[in-house]
Design a binder for this molecule. Sequence first.
Ligand code: AMP
Ligand code: MG
Length: 404
Amino acid sequence: MLEFQDAQRIILEHAAPTPVETVDIARALGRVLAQDMASDAQIPVSDNSAMDGFAVRAADVADAAQNSPVRLAVLETIAAGAVPTQSVAPGQCSRIMTGAVMPRGADAVVMIEDTDPDGDAHVLIRKPVSEGKPNVRYAGEDVAQGETVLRAGRVLRAADLGMLAATGHPTAPVARRPVVGILSTGDEIITPDQPLTVGKVRNSNSYSLIGQILAANATPLPLGIAADTPGAVEAALKAAAEKCDIILTSGGVSMGDFDEVKKTIETHGELIFWQVRMKPGKPLTFGKINGAPVVGLPGNPVSVMVGFEVFVRPALMKMMGASELHKPRYKGVLDEDVRMRIGKRLVVVRAIATLKDDGYHLNTTGPQGSGILSSMVLANCLAFVDAAAEPPKKGTSLEFFFLD
Ligand code: AMP
Ligand code: MG
């Protein structure tokens, strides 16, 4: 039986990168950037006004006040997108709109609210430029020309799509989404549309996994339900190996008479490990069929989802070249005793983290059996109890990560 860390490391070692493809940035949310991206220009490209108002020489209006305004000649009106035609000399200014290019000679903008018109060609300035607030956005203050704005390995977020657009990249090179096969096994498993009769179980695992795979920005490929026979499992796995970057199976990896997944990998592929010192998910199996990695998740609905979060999601992130494979971890204090047999192995607790004045607090989602899917529905996080002998008591601090 492997320690959790070793099992995770081995699966990651077998996660091969997917090829790079170019996508429209409008469709790139959540994709992993495959190259460093630099800006073709400085941003802003030129000094421009942060306000609607008058572009002035700050020294001209230093003594301006509400009751003794400074009178300036207005040269022109500069709209956003236009190029100023005149230089501002002492005693002069230009009317300017937000985002419009600053005219030469001017070093500040007085906002329109602090001015009054004086005939067609003059303006009364009623306030000096405040210290350190010239209302000018300077060329290059956001991004320098040639600057790397996003690094390879980044999972693209909303602001990143905007930054790519701003820096002249209508498309971006990203890792192809891994195609993740999902094979459920079990003679008792029926489809969700079928009536639930005695002894049967509706296939929930395929759907939980579809959701988790989509949330990881990979492509799920549901492969149906294989019967608990060596032939059915072998045929399904070999067919899956042709079209998947990685295959996930559910069920059939325990010690039962009809548990065929592990046996099939052993006989027709390469069994890399079986069993991990953790709960839930102990019989987790890892191997290869015709070169394709297969993660044999134990069939219980919680084991499937926990196994995905701790083993498969990081592997998918590695396949996509992400620089951060794991979700950020936080610490929270248990508000109740954890009631379960744990033994010396990693225990993954389904929990609800709540932010209070003194940090995060954790409550379990009730019964923690590996068949209790409601414990995942209620959970907003997974909390980790490291190989302790006794279940943790109220007040113990645990590490956790959020599910979403
Ligand atoms: P197994 O690992 O095949 O022994 O399955 C363990 C438990 O998980 C059994 O109670 C199965 O009925 C259940 N199970 C297996 N596959 C699924 C599935 N696709 N959806 C929901 N439950 C399942
Ligand atoms: Mg089974």
